[in-house]
Design a protein around this ligand. Structure first.
Ligand code: ADP
Length: 381
């Protein structure tokens, strides 16, 4: 029995893999209408920061893993002390919860990260600005950000003042050099407790307003040297932090090589292509890894896979409208793979994704974008 804390789409997409492998999946979701709660019968409703709810849920599971990184470490430590298997463990997960801790640890391990500094006030930002290459600078909250929330590009000190004044008391901050990246990449590995690692092909990710929009697998025109270096970085991070399960390392590619941006210790949006495009998808390898079973082959099944997120926009209709729009997309392109997460439509919300694959990258991309635009009501033919 694998228990997943958190009821989002990542937990939901573990279900087909669990079903194939014949293992029981249980979910602790905050609400019955959450993505995974709709799809997985063995769902308990409870909050991830409610100690009693988490401990009671974990007692019914052989191993506990996560849909997100927000479970308080103290609860997880108690769970481990109680004899529970928590994968990834709290010692690893701390680095996915706290960007300050992550930057410090990776820098100390000699891994490539942007220049950074801890800051507590706008005055601090001004005093570290020069050492970070001057403005523009990137200001981040250490904890709680996702999809670009909690990240600001500062053009001057007054902006730092405004951003920091509007934040909750006790927020912790880091300032970072603005990296003039040529593009963003993601390196995913699965790592099991006994140390087996499966490295996925390096993919290219494209963000719109901080949110992932398109993933291309493998990253086009990436040299073998850089692809190997990126895989090595992800494997080093996984070993250094003793990550178990899936790890995603979000990377910046620059003129001088790669830098680590962010870590996620769970299945990740940059790996959704693997459901239809890889021999073993990230959800199955996450389950295998947390169970300490042999890992599946992470290689691609097609020369190119393109994943486009379905993000609600101003012209997106209701959930039913999206489902009705299926028929056009399915009839036009029987090969397009559609994944909907069961979430109510809201502008800016990730509702699902589509994947195409094939030998012609630009054709696959055009098909995926057409399907996504049609489903989101951006186009009507
Ligand atoms: P989140 O944790 O919310 O996903 P990230 O740290 O991944 O936030 O940042 C979101 C986006 O902001 C990144 O995908 C990138 O486009 C941009 N960004 C973050 N850090 C930097 C940086 N140091 N330099 C330039 N752009 C950055």
């Amino acid at each position: 029995v694998v228990g997943i804390i958190g009821g989002g789409q990542l937990a939901r997409m573990c279900a087909p893999a669990a079903s194939r492998l014949g293992i029981e999946l249980r979910v602790l979701a905050a609400r019955p209408d959450e993505s995974a709660a709709q799809a997985i019968v063995a769902t308990t409703i409870g909050d991830h920061d409610d100690r009693d709810a988490v401990l009671a849920f974990a007692r019914g599971c052989d191993v506990v893993t996560f849909d997100h990184e927000h479970v308080p470490l103290a609860i997880l430590e108690e769970l481990v002390a109680d004899g529970g298997l928590v994968r990834p463990g709290p010692g690893a997960l701390a680095h996915a919860q706290d960007k300050l801790l992550m930057r410090a640890r990776l820098a100390a391990a000699g891994l490539p990260v942007p220049k950074w500094a801890r800051v507590e006030s706008a005055d601090d930002v001004v005093s570290v600005a020069d050492s970070l290459g001057g403005f523009p600078l990137v200001l981040k909250t250490a904890r709680g950000g996702y999809d670009g929330r909690g990240v600001w590009v500062l053009t001057d000190a007054s902006m730092a003042r405004d951003v920091m004044a509007g934040a909750p008391v006790g927020a912790e901050w880091l300032a970072e050099a603005f990296v003039p990246f040529t593009r963003e990449l993601s390196a995913q590995v699965a790592r099991s407790p006994h140390g087996q690692v499966a490295a996925y092909p390096i993919v290219q990710t494209e963000q719109v307003e901080g949110m992932c929009r398109v993933v291309t697998a493998p990253a086009p025109d990436l040299s073998d040297d850089l692809a190997n270096a990126a895989q090595q970085v992800a494997m080093s991070v996984a070993a250094e932090l003793d990550v178990t399960g899936m790890l995603a390392v979000e990377l910046f590619e620059t003129e001088d090589g790669i830098l680590i941006n962010e870590l996620a210790m769970r299945p990740h949006n940059s790996g959704h292509w693997s459901i239809d495009g890889a021999i073993t998808d990230q959800f199955e390898n996450h389950l295998r890894a947390v169970l300490d079973w042999p890992l599946g082959d992470p290689r691609s099944r097609a020369p190119w896979a393109i994943m486009v997120n379905l993000v609600g926009g101003q012209s997106t209709g209701s959930y039913n409208d999206v489902v009705l729009a299926y028929r056009h997309v399915m009839a036009r392109d029987p090969e397009v793979r559609i994944h909907l997460y069961g979430k109510e439509v809201r502008p800016g919300r990730k509702l699902g994704h589509v994947t195409t694959y094939g030998a012609d990258r630009s054709a696959a991309r055009a098909r995926a974008e057409h399907a996504a635009d049609y489903l989101m009501g951006e186009i009507n033919e």
